[in-house]
Design a protein around this ligand. Structure first.
Ligand code: AMP
Length: 191
């Protein structure tokens, strides 16, 4: 089982690189952001709750998102592994993921930290907002999401370093070069 955590600030390229990793390694992709946007689109109660947090650039409460992740994971059949994109975002979520995988006799194989400078993140997210119309890709909400990233999510870098699972990836430059760096880090981790 290959369980990869793809990590990084909003706009660091997690979604784009996840698609490439899925194609290469034949694993499943769980993006908690995508799961929540699908709930909003379907007009569910969960979607309504999620929308309130997403539009404010805030994280959903840990217990709620952990439950969502657990049921998404349970829904996967005969999986060769998973790339977790946008989860965990807090230390409590990382601890929950570790426990959830341990209950399934699994572990996280590697955590890939896609490192991109702040001015480039702003630039990419504003552009994505213009192209995709994602409601939370406006300048005010982007700033809030980056603040939340620094205060609540970035501490996971040290947490995963302590777990011995951390891999730094330069997230700036050619997509193919980044993908190749990622594949090297994955192959090294599972060797
Ligand atoms: P993303 O598409 O990963 O950037 O997620 C969009 C939004 O969904 C975030 O700004 C949060 O409001 C919410 N969200 C996604 N994943 C999580 C998570 N692991 N914990 C809390 N909130 C999340």
């Amino acid at each position: 089982m290959l369980n990869i955590v793809i990590f990084g600030a909003p706009g660091s390229g997690k979604g784009t690189q996840s698609e490439r990793i899925v194609a290469k390694y034949g694993i499943n992709h769980i993006s908690t952001g995508d799961v929540l946007r699908a709930e909003i689109k379907a007009g569910t109660e969960l979607g309504q709750t999620a929308k309130g947090y997403i539009d404010q650039g805030q994280l959903l409460p840990d217990n709620l998102i952990i439950d969502i992740l657990a049921s998404t994971l349970d829904g996967l059949k005969e999986s060769k592994g998973v790339i977790f994109d946008g989860f965990p975002r807090t230390i409590a979520q990382a601890e929950a993921l570790k426990k959830m995988l341990a209950e399934r006799n699994q572990t996280v194989s590697v955590m890939l930290d896609l490192d991109v400078p702040e001015d480039e993140l702003m630039h990419r997210l504003i552009l994505r907002g213009q192209q995709s119309g994602r409601a939370d890709d406006n300048e005010e909400t982007i700033r809030k999401r980056l603040t939340v990233y620094h205060s609540q999510t970035a501490p996971l870098i040290d947490w995963y370093k302590q777990e011995g699972l951390y891999a730094h990836i330069n997230g700036l430059g050619e997509l193919d070069v980044i993908t190749s760096d990622i594949c090297q880090a994955i192959d090294k981790a599972v060797k």
